[in-house]
Design a protein. Structure first.
Length: 392
């Protein structure tokens, strides 16, 4: 039996072509890009091609791309690096309650450092109302950070409207595009985005490498100090094979975006319709329309998400209850709380996240397995639990 990987919001399988592109940078082109000999030169060439590709993917200039160790570091540099560099201008930052922990925990740290953070609420589908952003602006607001699309429930935020509004008001705008890149078209120039974070392993690249776009001239300071790499913003010898992999993955991802997105939408909609149609007491979380092409997020009455994940794993299907980072904690997801679910309702959550490799056959196998799983778990559940949360 082939295993099915439906947990692509946690991470993705590396594309074979990406791995192939990386291997020479381990085997033969292993120079340090700062060295002036030919080993250094070819390493630097690989890295600069990756920078051009990352820039081209989002409509930026190569010198506006900084390579990092992943989405988390990109978000930290964006928020902390910007906040400390601009503290004399103002100390107020606007973000949302549904951001990734790499944003939320960084904001908590900034609060401890004397910054003031507003966490905007979302509607029942997980979307932010741009008018709320407008009315949340203050004289001392310096930065707005709103994710492009949510990693749990897949809601695509009105990031263009919010970026435009920020631009009009002279406030800088950052977006965590880790889930959206290669799935949602983004143009930092047209969309007036000042900073944007991506991570290689979420789009079939390697783990442990990311990028941060910073608009040219935007005041920002580093969080670490060293040898001056990445124009002093992120010193340390560059992860050349990883960077080359990110470059290849973003290049392929953009080139094949249209076909990949339509495939994922087809598989996603089949899963959503098949699952909702087959089982009573089953709901889709998030928005039906403004939804990432690879995300289906369900809630089942009277079944524990964790039990479903383990049962589906027994069927050879990898899914998740929410974000990978909190999958092992028992705390209710902050995103599900933010869309108004009770802890009881949130316990029945299941995230199915697809990739460009997902197929209709896999979707059919999932639908059969989820039906069996939910029926079996409901037959085992005590009557009290089975009745819970019917209204929503
Ligand atoms: C995965 C993820 C991150 C963290 O990226 P890493 O490369 O794992 O550090 C940040 N934001 C979002 C929305 C994510 O999905």
């Amino acid at each position: 039996m082939d295993h099915i990987f439906f947990d692509n919001s946690a991470t993705t399988r590396i594309d074979d072509r990406v791995l192939e592109a990386m291997l020479p940078f381990y085997r033969t082109k292993y120079g340090n890009p700062s060295s002036i000999h030919s080993f250094g030169e070819e390493a630097k060439e690989g890295m600069e091609q990756a920078r051009e590709r990352a820039a081209a993917a989002i409509g930026a200039m190569p010198e506006e791309i900084f390579f990092t160790s992943g989405g988390t570091e990109s978000n930290n540099i964006a928020l902390q690096g910007f906040a400390f560099a601009n503290r004399k201008k103002g100390r107020h930052i606007i973000t949302s309650t549904v951001e990734h922990h790499a944003i939320l925990r960084t904001c908590q740290f900034l609060e401890e450092q004397g910054f003031d953070i507003s966490y905007l609420p979302v509607d029942s589908q997980g979307a932010i109302d741009p008018d709320m952003v407008r009315s949340g602006l203050r004289d001392d607001t310096v930065l707005i950070s709103i994710m492009t699309a949510n990693n749990e429930i897949g809601t695509i935020q009105p990031f263009r409207e919010i970026a435009l509004l920020a631009h009009e008001m002279g406030v800088s705008f950052h977006t965590d595009a880790v889930q959206a890149i290669t799935k949602v078209p983004i143009d930092v120039t047209k969309d007036s985005i000042d900073m944007l974070s991506v991570s290689g392993h979420k789009f079939h690249g390697p783990k442990g490498v990311g990028a941060l776009y910073v608009r040219k001239g935007l005041p920002i300071r580093p969080l670490t100090y060293g040898g001056g790499q990445e124009r002093n913003l992120r010193p340390s010898t560059e992860n050349v094979p990883g960077i080359v992999g990110l470059g290849e993955a973003i290049h392929l991802g953009m080139r094949e975006m249209d076909a990949s997105v339509s495939n994922m939408i087809r598989v996603r909609d089949h899963i959503i319709e098949g699952t909702l149609g087959m089982l009573k007491g089953t709901y889709l979380n998030g928005s039906r329309k403004r939804r990432l092409c690879n995300n289906a997020h369900f809630r089942f009455d009277g079944v524990e998400g964790e039990a479903m994940v383990l049962n589906l794993d027994f069927h050879g299907i990898a899914t998740s209850t929410g974000s990978a980072c909190s999958a092992r904690s028992t705390e209710t997801s902050h995103v599900l709380r933010a869309i108004g679910l009770t802890p009881d309702q949130a316990r029945g959550a299941l995230r199915v996240s697809l990739s460009k490799f997902s197929t209709m056959e896999e979707a059919d196998r999932f639908i059969t397995a989820i039906e069996e799983t939910v029926k079996r778990l409901r037959s085992l559940a005590p009557a009290g639990l089975r009745k819970g949360g019917r209204e929503g």
